[in-house]
Design a protein around this ligand. Sequence first.
Ligand SMILES: *[C@@H]1O[C@H](CO)[C@@H](O)[C@H](O)[C@H]1NC(C)=O
Ligand SMILES: *[C@@H]1O[C@H](CO)[C@@H](O)[C@H](O)[C@H]1NC(C)=O
Length: 206
Amino acid sequence: MKTSTAFPIASLVLRASAAPLDISTGRVTLQLNIDLNQDAFNGANAFAGAGADQLFAFSSMHFIEATPDQVVNGTELTGGLAGATGQFNYGINVDANMICYNISLNNFQGEFDSPATTATHIHEAARGASGPPRIAFPNPEPVDGDQAVRNSAGCLKGPFTTGVLVDGVDSGEGFHVSKIEEDPAAFMTDVHSSLALPGAVRGQLA
Ligand SMILES: *[C@@H]1O[C@H](CO)[C@@H](O)[C@H](O)[C@H]1NC(C)=O
Ligand SMILES: *[C@@H]1O[C@H](CO)[C@@H](O)[C@H](O)[C@H]1NC(C)=O
């Protein structure tokens, strides 16, 4: 899923005006006018346009529910890691070739296990198919010592490396996040466990 709207705090115009003091009653009337700048709501550029009051501007955001039933080995469903789920949330800045991530895993079990540098990835693969990792993210770590709840959050910028060689070349080499925005359905995100090597949970970006 892709969203590109944001609440345009910068465009909220607050106007407070006090009416003259009414001596006879000692009351002050306070009138508060809130003007919403409708331009800021206009379409896909609203988010990027809000840049002045935010540290990171995203050209797109992707919120992915990852589940075991989407995992395949080749094209064969494996069932993944039963009971595990993941929320993989991404914000992309195409101009900076940057991707910010906030990944939560529930009920992950086993060890993180992958030939790549980490076991948490975005792969170039259509629904029901397999394909090479393009970005490797830090593996989520237990939150407050709770192994059942894990999280990782941060940002990565290209050039990307995954540690996986395809025809002698790192599968992240030359990758640009614009490819994800051009065709999110061609990408999936997942995490691999020693108990479910083809993937514990997986979700398609669109
Ligand atoms: C994936 O499938 C291949 C056969 O296509 C098999 O050789 C391999 O062991 C499977 N991998 C896992 C981890 O199940
Ligand atoms: C990650 O998302 C969760 C909500 O799913 C939020 O509570 C948490 O603060 C976020 N982490 C960061 C670093 O923004």
